[in-house]
Unconditional design. Structure first.
Lengths: 722, 374
């Protein structure tokens, strides 16, 4: 699984009246494709700050002291705001903690739901169009270069092909969109009909006018050449007779005729959606270029015929050209990469030198950045994060070094001056003074240098890995991926989000998140909703844009169990369907156990334990994790809960040693003196506590934790036996 | 009189501190609480659970007379502290209607002494109406003449520790407000009491001069607890006291409430939606669904033998800190129309096994009994 999001050495602090508050202190984690990472901790541990940094919505007094957040080949901490627009809400969406303050009180719910959809829809259309055009142009150039270097005739035919791709892709999408909407209508109509039949059977059929008219509308929406085509006349008569029957039965109270009608419609629709789906891609090509009507064949044969037509006339040749283009381009850039690796290795000598000279370093950085940039293959669809972020990482790391150099001089001078003054005054007063000299904030230049070297080594290793794999690359496969990429972007700009469509989608979303009577609710204001309902609206808004990464900041804390379970199931379902990656922030460990693939336990701005959910729940290693687990009752808990004494430390003056030491009854002496590093327990599991040091005394977790683990192991064992 | 069908849970001892009888609380058309009855015994923790909007908070607020209840009675230490009149009014209305129908029928018939029968019926109706009017008058009297000292023995802890503390009052003012309203004037004595109660809830006396915003969430909730404890209550209604708090702080507050209960013998009505916490903390649990109490049992019994389909669905939704269990947990959904057939008979609240009450019909009762028996 590829990393979707990488956070590296992130450090964030806040300027406050009383000093610089260090909210996040050097955390790193990866978020993989389709994975849920849970961040657990008390309030004030920096969970929300981390997620807000990912979304670029930190408060104005926040300072990013360092680190990188890498998404889609870009460092989110360093891109300009107008570029962030395209990511925030669209690619990375967030469900906020407090539904009361995250909804606009003077806007109707419907408007709030559709607003983003319409705006983002327009933006997406534009960006897809741009991506499509740019890539196709690049591809055309590369194809001509590698396939028809000295053959203007062939070059022209390639250009022609590229233009045609754009054309028939349009036809294909029109057909496919119509088909999809018809099938969707059919599915919805079937669900509505079954619901209505159920209600009639139970004698609880109310609001029939709306339900019946909805069914009629939906069933008529299924008429399409490939969904309900032959039966469309029958469907029309059924629908009109259903309407009359419904109004008659409302007076008489006899629903037999309505039931019969509904059953018949149901049958037609079920038969319709069971049909095979035609291959619209090839059909689009056939209709655009053959100039003939479609042959009258059953769908499966039609599909074969169309496929063959497309392959013979267009696709096989096109794919071959693409493949050639990709191969040539990759080869060319692999050579460049090899050169860059050599160059990078050489540059390390300069960066490891004791003294840096600014002009020399600057020219070297500029040259490296330019060469690395040239070595990136423009034909790659997936952006190579490490290479793309090389420039921003290297430049900022170098900047840190030179700023530090300057600052150290200033700070040392200041310190010496104040110290001299202090000593003088102290000597005069004969003893200590009531104030102290702030120690000099010296930047560790060696560390800054190491950071620069790490960035270079990281890219070197990454490139070496790529070079080692160069023989195993399958360019045929990549060519198919390229076609899919083009198709995806084309569908992005062909699907326009109109107001009506947005409303329909909003209503569907509202239903999905479990809001009854969405049509009525759509026109209401937030104050007319209860807390749980408001939270569902917030979730619906976050999902509206179909994001890549979903950040859930305590989404269910304010909800009760049944609704919480529904919402969690909903999020899990969407995760599976859309291959979402989720960052889930919560302090409810039950919810974490349900949702998380990986867990990061945070305390005082640091990750203190990191592992898979089994690691953290069944073999927790950090005393803070123990404390969290033992402060929460489950259904079998009878003993007194072990609350964590005290409060989290003041992060304006972060403690020297382990931040949790003061509240930790297992704390060792070293915990107060030195910060523990991350100790590796297994490949997936690590924790930052001195208890894991080989010299540390053996400590067992609290009884309440060990007993619970034993109990769940027993339950699991019992299940497998029984 | 179908409206007055008493569904009172019989109590076997006189140890009852609070009795709620057929409590209904309607807001216009909305029946927030509908015919709910239960007892709370001295010294126990009674948990009330259900999804948001099911009327559990309204029940708590009705008991402490934040609302004028629509119908039913609330007894605290044997005295009626709240009463509603709707049921009596309905009884009058129904009797009048019945009388009218009967008279019309009689007039059409050729019964020789119909005049006498009508007169008899009229007298009956007049008696019923005057009875009911007396009841209404007594309910109104009880409602407006509640013993102030008695009612201060019920105190409430609110859900949101931020919104429920006045930001412009110091902690001392917040905690002592009740005493001042009650008429206590001696500043020194009040201060002493405030310091005492602060220590009881785990804060220190220096905190008395500060403002709420200077405290963390858990500490704020402690102030809320202190505010109610200083009135020396016998019953505390804790309306979701921990759901807005962090886990570690939740544990602190739960431990605090537990200590108060054991040290001071306070009875607690615990309204919450976190079932693990309710299970841990309560002796008996009532489950509410859409304004109705659907199940009531000892907490262990309820978790061992959940009978009502809604209770089952609720229990199946509890997330536990155990990933393997969570992966296999199947949630049961509750669809009233599918799960019950009440077309023949309306359900009533019955005792299916000792101290285990369920809202059910005859056929369901049999089924539930067999489940418990087997």
């Amino acid at each position: 699984m590829a990393n979707k999001l990488e956070v590296r050495n992130l450090r964030i602090s806040f300027r406050t009246v009383s000093g610089k508050l260090q909210a996040v202190r050097d955390i790193s984690f990866d978020l993989k494709d389709g994975e849920t990472l849970a961040i657990v901790g008390e309030s004030g541990s920096g969970k929300s700050v981390t997620s807000k940094a990912i979304l670029g919505i930190l408060a104005g007094n926040a300072i990013i002291d360092g680190g990188e957040i890498i998404y889609d080949g870009r460092d989110l901490l360093k891109i300009p705001e107008d570029e962030f627009y395209k990511i925030r809400g669209d690619k990375i969406a967030m469900i906020f903690q407090d539904p009361l303050s995250s909804l606009n009180p003077i806007m109707r719910i419907g408007k709030q739901l559709t607003e983003a959809m319409i705006l983002k829809g327009k933006a997406r259309q534009k960006s897809c169009r741009k991506a499509f055009n740019e890539y196709l142009a690049r591809l055309e150039k590369a194809m001509i270069k590698s396939n028809a270097a000295n053959d203007p005739e062939k070059a022209r035919s390639i250009s022609e092909k590229c233009k045609n791709f754009d054309k028939f892709e349009g036809t294909h999408l029109k057909l496919e969109t119509a088909y999809n909407s018809a099938v969707n209508n059919a599915n919805e109509a079937i669900a509505e009909i079954e619901n209505a039949l159920f209600l009639i059977e139970k004698n609880a059929f109310k609001d029939e006018k709306n339900i019946i008219s909805n069914i009629c509308e939906l069933s008529l929406g299924t008429v399409n050449d490939y969904v309900v085509s032959d039966d469309s006349a029958e469907l029309h008569t059924l629908v009109s007779s259903l309407k009359t029957a419904a109004s008659a039965s409302k007076k008489s109270g006899n629903y037999d005729e309505v039931t019969a009608n509904l059953n018949k419609i149901n049958e037609i629709l079920k038969a319709a959606i069971a049909k095979e789906m035609p291959n619209f891609f090839s059909m689009g090509y056939y209709l655009t270029f053959s100039g003939e009507p479609l042959p009258d064949l059953p769908v499966s044969e039609l599909n074969q015929f169309l496929r063959k037509y497309l392959d013979d006339n267009y696709m096989l040749e096109f794919i071959e050209y693409v493949e050639n283009a990709l191969r040539d381009s990759a080869k060319e850039h692999l050579v460049k990469k090899e050169a860059v690796v050599k160059e990078l290795k050489e540059s390390l000598n300069t960066f490891r030198a004791d003294v840096y000279s600014r002009p020399e370093i600057d020219t070297l950085v500029n040259k490296l950045v330019k060469d690395v940039h040239d070595s990136i293959d423009p034909m790659e669809i997936n952006r190579d994060s490490t290479a793309y972020t090389f420039e921003s990482s290297l430049r900022s790391a170098v900047e840190v070094y030179f700023n530090g150099e300057k600052q150290n001089v200033v700070e040392t001078k200041r310190y010496e001056k104040q110290k001299a003054s202090y000593d003088r005054k102290a000597a005069r007063a004969g003893g200590e003074l009531s104030w102290k000299v702030t120690p000099a904030a010296i930047v560790d230049l060696q560390l800054a240098k190491d950071n620069i070297c790490t960035i270079i080594i990281r890219l070197t290793e990454h490139y070496e890995e790529l070079l080692a794999q160069k023989d195993q690359r399958d360019y045929g496969e990549e060519a198919v991926a390229v076609i899919d990429y083009l198709k995806l972007n084309a569908s992005g700009f062909a699907n326009k989000v109109t107001r009506r469509l947005a409303k329909l989608r909003a209503l569907k979303l509202m239903e999905e998140v479990g809001i009854p009577e969405p049509r009525k609710r759509y026109r209401q204001y937030p104050f007319e909703f209860s807390g749980g309902m408001r939270q569902r609206i917030v979730i619906a808004i976050a999902l509206a844009a179909n994001p890549d990464i979903l950040i859930c900041d305590e989404p269910t804390t304010a909800l009760d169990v049944t609704i919480q379970a529904q919402i969690l199931e909903l999020i899990n379902k969407l995760k599976k369907e859309r291959n979402l990656s989720i960052i889930f922030i919560t302090h409810d460990l039950g919810v974490v156990a349900n949702m998380a693939d990986k867990i990061a336990v945070m305390y005082a701005g640091k990750i203190v334990e990191y592992g898979t959910s089994r690691d953290v729940f069944y073999s927790p290693a950090h005393p803070y994790t123990w404390a969290l687990l033992s402060s929460m009752p489950d259904l079998d808990t009878n003993e007194k809960l072990e609350a964590i004494p005290g409060t989290p430390p003041n992060m304006i003056y972060p403690p020297v040693g382990d931040a949790f030491a003061e509240r930790n009854k297992f704390a060792l002496k070293i915990d107060f003196e030195k910060q523990p590093p991350m100790f590796r327990i297994s490949d997936t599991h690590s924790a930052a506590t001195w208890l894991l040091h080989p010299d540390a005394p053996h400590v067992d977790p609290p009884k309440i934790v060990t007993e619970r683990i034993a109990r769940s192991k027993k339950n699991a064992g019992g299940d497998s036996n029984g | 009189m179908a409206e007055l069908n008493k569904q009172v849970t019989p109590s076997n001892d006189d140890n009852v501190l609070l009795r709620v009888e057929n409590l209904s609380q309607h807001f216009g058309e909305l029946k927030a609480v509908d015919n709910v009855s239960f007892d709370i015994k001295k010294g126990e923790v009674f948990g009330l659970v259900g999804e948001s909007g099911c009327g559990k908070t309204t029940t708590g607020r009705s008991i402490i007379k934040l609302y004028n209840i629509t119908s039913g009675s609330i007894y605290f230490k044997g005295q009626r502290i709240g009463a509603g009149t709707l049921s009596y009014k309905n009884a009058i209305k129904d009797a009048k209607k019945k009388f009218k129908d009967e008279v019309a029928e009689l007039k059409n018939s050729d019964d020789p002494d119909k005049a006498a029968v009508i007169a008899e019926k009229k007298a009956e109706l007049g008696k019923l109406i005057s009875d009911m009017r007396k009841q209404i008058a007594s309910a109104k009297y009880d409602n407006s003449h509640v013993d102030k000292d008695l009612i201060t023995q019920i105190q409430m802890i609110f859900q949101d520790p931020i919104a429920s503390l006045d930001p412009r009052m110091t902690v001392r003012e917040i905690i002592s407000e009740g005493l001042v309203i009650k008429g206590m004037k001696d500043k020194k004595q009040i201060d002493e009491m405030v310091y005492d109660v602060l220590e009881t809830v785990g804060l220190v006396r220096e905190h008395a001069g500060r403002y709420p915003h200077e405290f963390s969430g858990g500490q704020r909730q402690r102030i809320g607890v202190a505010r109610s404890v200083i009135m020396k209550p016998e019953l505390i209604i804790a309306d979701e006291p921990v759901s807005a708090l962090d886990v570690s702080i939740q544990a602190q507050v739960i431990n605090l409430l537990n200590d108060l209960r054991h040290d001071l013998g306070i009875t607690i009505l615990f309204v919450a939606h976190d079932l693990s916490v309710v299970k841990y903390f309560s002796d008996r649990i009532g489950v509410m669904y859409f304004g109705k109490l659907v199940e009531l049992a000892d907490s262990d019994e309820l978790f061992k033998h959940p009978l009502h389909p809604y209770t089952r669905s609720l229990l199946s939704a509890i997330p536990l800190p155990d990933p393997d269990y969570e992966k296999n947990r199947k949630r049961i959904t509750y669809v009233p129309l599918r799960d019950h057939d009440y077309s023949v008979e309306q359900p009533t609240f019955r005792e299916v096994s000792p101290n285990h009450f369920v809202l059910c019909s005859d056929s369901e009762e049999e089924k539930y009994r067999s489940i418990i028996g087997g």
